[in-house]
Design a protein around this ligand. Structure first.
Ligand SMILES: *[C@@H]1O[C@H](CO)[C@@H](O)[C@H](O)[C@H]1NC(C)=O
Ligand SMILES: *[C@@H]1O[C@H](CO)[C@@H](O)[C@H](O)[C@H]1NC(C)=O
Ligand SMILES: *[C@@H]1O[C@H](CO)[C@@H](O)[C@H](O)[C@H]1NC(C)=O
Length: 315
């Protein structure tokens, strides 16, 4: 009798754990909060971009970082022509001090970088890459929308061909060694999810839920009537079960999320050209060559900025 009760209880608890998707807000960043929650990484771009990442003091000094009220702005330089033999365009790469495992992140973004040659990204990554995985939430190049959300892992993490998502899978093997680190990407169908069209519509909300049973990414454009009120308001508690079908769903069917993904930091960066934007520049309808364009047309980068209204974390 007692044994039966215990196993029944375990069953009930197990079921609850698998289906519970209700979380409490554990952090909320707005305006100047970002300055103490992230570090500015003045490092070389591992993806060979035409960029020079600056530290926080320089970023504030050059107004490449600006925080006030509910605006947190990250931008690249848009006034200087560059010496083709010198450093790349000044820009920023920030990384959160906190790290997260199973958490849900909501980014309320008014504006994202646009312009030929730009390669902006909002993503999360473990210290030991690729063994602790990478989740690209918002990423693209040369103003070419819509967005693509992608996982990058060590070998042994693949996605089922059929799953409950509104986006279109590009490749189902997340292994970085396959197809030059393409990862298992899911392309969105909503053109408002990226670049100039995202900006023209006032931006919107990106959310990423990471659980050991799967990773989900949602996007709602600013005036999308289907945005849940708790997302729009960044409420103190959320229930992701009510958010509808995600744009991208990466289930644990043949990917052990718990072992393929370690503790992650949030990274927000803006680079130019390099391994991705540079490689596909010719097919983007952009003028000249990528590096020449970035070197010689500073004013083309006036709109190469992120404006975050807030970032909220739920656990
Ligand atoms: C910038 O973001 C992309 C996002 O996926 C990443 O591949 C690239 O390495 C990043 N650059 C730096 C310097 O972190
Ligand atoms: C810095 O950037 C912000 C946001 O774009 C702008 O409102 C402000 O006027 C700029 N400050 C200076 C000194 O240019
Ligand atoms: C979360 O939403 C689901 C689906 O509507 C519901 O079944 C569940 O009871 C909700 N959880 C809580 C704690 O409200």
């Amino acid at each position: 009798m007692a044994t039966r009760l215990v196993s029944l209880l375990c069953l009930a608890l197990g079921f609850q754990q698998a289906s519970a998707a209700t979380y409490s807000r554990t952090s909320s960043r707005e305006g100047t909060d970002f300055l103490s929650a992230f570090e500015w990484q003045a490092i070389d771009d591992p993806t060979h971009g035409r960029v020079r990442y600056v530290d926080q003091a320089s970023a504030l000094n050059q107004n490449l970082t600006f925080a006030s009220g509910n605006h947190f702005i990250l931008r690249s330089d848009y006034t200087n022509k560059l010496d083709p033999n010198g450093a790349g365009r000044d820009s920023v790469r920030i990384q959160s001090l906190h790290q997260y495992t199973t958490a849900t992140l909501i980014f309320n973004i008014r504006h994202m970088p646009q312009g030929c040659g730009t390669w902006p990204a909002v993503w999360t990554v473990g210290a030991n890459w690729p063994n602790q995985g990478e989740v690209d939430i918002l990423e693209g190049v040369n103003d070419q929308g819509p967005n693509t959300a992608t996982l990058h892992t060590s070998s042994g993490c693949t996605m089922p061909a059929s799953r409950s998502q509104t986006g279109n899978a590009l490749q189902n093997d997340c292994n970085v060694a396959v197809n030059s680190n393409a990862g298992c990407g899911v392309r969105f169908t909503d053109s408002r999810s990226y670049g100039p069209t995202f900006n023209a519509n006032g931006g919107g909300w990106y959310a990423m839920e990471r659980r050991n049973t799967g990773i989900k990414v949602w996007f709602w454009s600013r005036n999308d009537g289907s945005v849940p009120a708790e997302v729009r308001n960044g409420a103190t508690t959320i229930n992701t079960s009510n958010w509808g079908t995600p744009v991208a769903f990466f289930p644990d069917t043949s990917c052990d999320i718990a072992s393929k993904f370690g503790p992650h930091k949030i990274v927000i960066n803006l680079t130019f050209c390099g391994d991705f934007a540079g490689a596909v520049y010719g097919q983007s309808g952009c003028p000249s060559t990528c590096n020449d364009f970035v070197n010689n047309n500073p004013s083309a980068f006036m709109d190469a900025y992120f404006d975050f209204e807030w970032l909220r974390v739920y656990q």
